[in-house]
Design a protein around this ligand. Structure first.
Ligand code: SAM
Length: 339
């Protein structure tokens, strides 16, 4: 794309990444994301008619690519619950200028889908796995699901030729005892484990600053066991700090959105399953793209709208996070906005 078409926000941050949530439903009830008390049997998920169709998603994705988006990540909810996801991947893969299509998933259903997704044009998978023992994992996912289906999903993705990273959200007193076992398990496998600081997304998880295990604590714990060396970021806006094991066993990452936030180079936009655009993970509100789309807006009008939204973007919530802001801000749930 030409440099003139690239859009920038108020702080000169370009639009590079688009996360698309394809469903607000999930088969897990992780306490830090979709606690059963809030997302119980009576919770009203989005009705089918309000979800963007694959055609609508692809049309928007093409417009976003025209404004500078290079990477698309499909997420949710649990994206593998959306029927025929490979068809969407295939449609997105036809977009000129889109270099990278990725998926974030809990991988419990990945074994069945990995090969089809790869064949459709998926490049990478981030698998969320918060513990490597059944008891802790079963408690955390709120469904008692064991690690075996997830590990099978990871293996199937690897066999299909997909690049796999593992994401572990670390919560003090809940799974911080799993940092070393997770590192141990995935050393020498070629899969990078990324340890993620627990964030105050949404309003239902009862987040507090002292539930966070900071990047510093994570790195200290790991390096006492396995000496680490810091590695340069691969590209502008890379969210993880990278470290390699000094003994050559591979690499890990740490995502420090609380203790060392990275708003200054955040290039991500998020599209919820009902077609609302959010310019920050911690947004209180977004702008519907589905309404103008379904009211017959032309590509030109839609592009103009996207451009004007991004040009006005001034979000930097994590850089400004305080106890008071955490307590007072209404935020969209992560399962809705897309992780
Ligand atoms: N269901 C998919 C999955 O499990 O990967 C995709 C959606 S999920 C919302 C995306 C990611 O967000 C997961 O890795 C999850 O652990 C992470 N996440 C959810 N709530 C979080 C929180 N409060 N802090 C940090 N990460 C969180």
């Amino acid at each position: 794309m030409s440099e003139e078409s690239r859009v920038y926000d108020v702080y000169q941050r370009p639009l590079r990444d688009l996360r698309i949530s394809v469903t607000d439903r999930c088969n897990f009830r992780c306490r830090y994301c979709m606690p059963e008390e809030t997302f119980g049997p009576d919770y009203e998920f989005l009705p089918k008619a309000s979800l963007l169709s694959f055609e609508e998603i692809t049309r928007l994705a093409r417009l976003f690519v025209g404004l500078g988006v290079e990477k698309i990540r499909l997420t949710g909810g649990e994206p593998l619950l959306r029927k025929d996801l490979d068809v969407l991947v295939h449609m997105l893969a036809t977009i000129d200028g889109l270099n990278d299509i990725a998926l974030t998933t809990n991988a419990s259903l990945l074994k069945k889908h990995a090969m089809k997704l790869k064949e459709a044009g998926l490049n990478r998978v981030n698998v969320s796995l918060d513990a490597i023992n059944d008891e802790t994992f079963g408690k955390m996912n709120g469904r008692g699901t064991k690690i075996k289906p997830v590990l099978d999903g990871i293996q199937a993705a690897k066999d299909a030729g997909l690049q796999v990273k593992i994401n572990m959200v670390v919560q003090k007193g809940v799974n911080d005892h799993e940092i070393i076992p997770m590192a141990e398990y995935f050393r020498h496998t070629g899969h990078i484990v990324r340890f993620i600081e627990y964030m105050d997304v949404g309003n239902s998880n009862g987040w507090k600053f002292d539930h966070v295990v900071s990047k510093k604590e994570i790195v200290n714990q790991l390096s006492e066991r396995y000496p680490l060396e810091e590695v340069e970021p691969l590209y502008y806006g890379e969210v993880a700090n990278r470290f390699s094991y000094s003994d050559g066993a591979g690499e890990i990452g740490v995502i420090s959105s609380v203790s060392d936030s990275f708003c200054s180079n955040c290039t991500r936009a998020r599209l919820s399953a009902d077609g609302t655009l959010y310019t920050c993970l911690f947004s209180s509100r977004g702008r519907s793209l589905r309404n103008p789309l379904r009211n017959g807006a032309s590509d030109y009008e839609m592009k103009d709208l996207l451009e004007s939204i991004w040009n006005k973007r001034d979000d930097r919530y994590s850089d400004e996070r305080t106890e008071e802001k955490v307590a007072n801000r209404e935020k969209i749930e992560m399962s809705f906005i897309g992780g």
